[in-house]
Write a protein that binds this ligand. Sequence first.
Ligand SMILES: [Zn+2]
Length: 300
Amino acid sequence: MSKINFKNSQNISVQKKPTGSNTQGANSELTNKALRTVSAFAPAAPVLLAQNYSSKSAFKKMQEVAKNLSEEEIKLLNDGVDKILKNKNLLDFIEIKNITAKTNLAAHAQPPLTIQNLQQVQQGVNAFFNGSNAVIVNREAAPNLIFHELGHGHNNKFSNFSRKMLRFYPQSQVTPFIVAFSSLLLNEEKPKEGAELTKFQKVKNVFRKMLPFLAAATSLPMLIEEHMATSKANKWAKEVLSDNLSKKVAKGYKYGFMTYLLVPISAFLISFLGMKYKDFLASEKNNNTKQNQNNKVLNA
Ligand SMILES: [Zn+2]
């Protein structure tokens, strides 16, 4: 009994499509497409959560390096920073803004730096280069972070390439995600029935497949600039600090770089997994339609 009913209901649903109006079919295809697009955004949530978690862990590890510095090490680090400032003539073009527990933050909050950024500096958990001529650091709580910011300042002054990277830096934190989420709006091109994919459709599909890589690649200005600043910082730290202390400095930067690296990884996964899921749903639907058509033939 139930089997017959099932068959009948399938039969009805199959007949609906070919005999129903074209508009209805087109509408339901449109709805399916829209649903698949919404579903493609689903993998983004766990990816972003994982990125957030990993980023926080790496950031915490970076903070621990500064927190575990002894009084003596803090003094040695500041002496080292002073030597680099002098030996590389950095004070000719870089201003050091020392933000400590007593600093009035409101007086220093100037774009691109927010009060929140300055609070991080005050707590000794971060340091910044303002993109032109100042490094915003905490010499009392996190002098280990200063070498890297000086590296940005030096790059900005002497490297045309680095200046270009710095110009695109703010965008390259956002564009990976813009490209990744935009890629989820596109559908894989399918050939019309009985026909093959046109050249244009093939190109479109190849381009679509490359979007996860493109999303990740747009973070390159940020990654390259960060890597260049860190390489310089590690080289300078080795010049003026003991082996042990320069290794501690490098360790903090390693964790710092990880937080940047998570951006392209996350964008790649959002795009790649989202599109894969969307294509999977489209193929499922295709199979169902084919199944229905076969049933229709059998039932006719
Ligand atoms: Zn940096």
